[in-house]
Write a protein that binds this ligand. Structure first.
Ligand SMILES: Cc1cc2nc3c(=O)[nH]c(=O)nc-3n(C[C@H](O)[C@H](O)[C@H](O)COP(=O)(O)OP(=O)(O)OC[C@H]3O[C@@H](n4cnc5c(N)ncnc54)[C@H](O)[C@@H]3O)c2cc1C
Length: 330
């Protein structure tokens, strides 16, 4: 089994891990490890033939000045742009941003120039001779410092072999953070179909909480609909005993109920176990070294489960994780 020594390992190449890495890259010897084939996590864009779909995060909003500054830079470089000011054909004056080439293109841009180890799934972390031993498949790492930028239930799982005092703090601090699943339906529309423009729909607490045509978003050559089922029905389908075929027909029924029987040539389903946190850790990162008292491990947790949720929360958490790493460097 290959083993490498680095100053910092960041587990998770979602937005949070990538932001931390891009802040620190160049100043510290680091690697970002992710189990997936490409970076981005829930900033996910998929192709089916000529159709392109955002199938994780659909757009983002901006509230903090820090994020606004970054989004201005992205927009100036044509990485992101304003998509819409509202849903159901009504404007509320608040801009919703998207990646110009899909949400994943934001992650790809952040990942440029960063050392990445993809398709490497971390199963556990131990602490040996004042270093973290990251047990990955297929690569292990030894690191002085570690940022765990993955959803909280997975973070608890991979840290269970650390010294028991750390495990207790991690469980007590993060054990209450649960995530809602989301079932996402991706529909490729027939070219010759006779249907008018499909306006984006967002309806929190409904059976369908989101629908958009990725062609209307400007990221797909073909009409390509992304539909997200609401929390209640997603929970039922994710944890219930439903076949793939049953889930597909429920998605299709919900689409037709919403916009009528539009002609579809192909569909795919994406089930997200950890789509959005129901509750979150009160600070933008959990820094074990700071909250654990003397002798606690320099271990930092970040992601959208910390401080605030969604794309902006993940971004801000990544920034704070980088700042926490710098504090340890002195
Ligand atoms: C369906 C859906 C719709 C959404 N809609 C919106 C929206 O409209 N607006 C909005 O602002 N937000 C939305 N979000 C939320 C947004 O996508 C997230 O808040 C944000 O992308 C989270 O980033 P992150 O870096 O914290 O985590 P993630 O993106 O989950 O990144 C974690 C990374 O860790 C990797 N990983 C996990 N476990 C391991 C392991 N053991 N070993 C190695 N790698 C591992 C994963 O592969 C992943 O790449 C949505 C999410 C989903 C799923």
């Amino acid at each position: 089994m290959a083993q490498n020594s680095v100053d910092l390992v960041i587990i998770g190449a979602g937005l949070s891990g990538l932001v931390a890495a891009s802040e620190l890259s160049g100043d510290i010897d680091l690697v970002v490890v992710d189990k997936a084939r490409s970076p981005g996590g829930r900033l996910a864009t998929r192709r089916i033939g000529d159709a392109t779909f955002d199938h994780g995060a659909q757009f983002f909003t901006v509230r903090s000045q820090e994020f606004a500054n970054e989004v201005t830079k992205w927009s100036n470089r044509s990485i992101s742009k304003v998509w819409t000011y509202g849903f159901q054909g009504e404007s509320d004056g608040h801009p919703r941003y998207i990646g110009v080439h899909g949400m994943n293109s934001i992650a790809k841009d952040l990942a440029t120039g960063i050392r990445m180890d993809l398709q490497n799934a971390v199963s556990s972390i131990t602490y040996e001779d004042s270093k973290f031993h990251i047990h990955g498949h297929p690569h292990d790492y030894f690191a002085k410092q570690l940022v765990v930028a993955i959803p909280c239930p997975s973070a608890i799982e991979i840290t269970k072999d650390l010294p028991s005092s750390s495990v207790t703090i991690i469980r007590d601090s993060l054990g209450f953070i649960a995530y809602n699943p989301t079932i996402s339906g991706l529909f490729v529309m027939m070219d010759e179909g006779d249907f008018g423009p499909i306006q984006p729909i967002q309806r929190p607490n409904s059976k369908v909480n989101f629908l958009a045509d990725n062609k209307q978003k400007g990221i797909s050559a073909k009409n390509a609909l992304t539909l997200h089922l609401g929390d209640e029905i997603s929970l039922e389908l994710f944890y219930g005993n439903y076949s793939q075929g049953e889930i597909e027909s429920i998605l299709r029924e919900n689409l037709f109920e919403l916009i009528g029987e539009v002609p579809i040539s192909e569909m795919q389903v994406k089930s997200w176990r950890y789509a959005s946190p129901i509750s979150i850790y009160p600070e933008a990162v959990m820094d074990l070294g700071r909250i654990g008292g003397s002798g606690a491990l320099p271990l930092i947790f970040s992601g959208d489960g910390y401080g605030s949720s969604k794309v902006e929360g993940a971004y801000l958490s990544g920034l704070r994780a980088a700042a926490a790493v710098r504090e340890y460097l002195g």
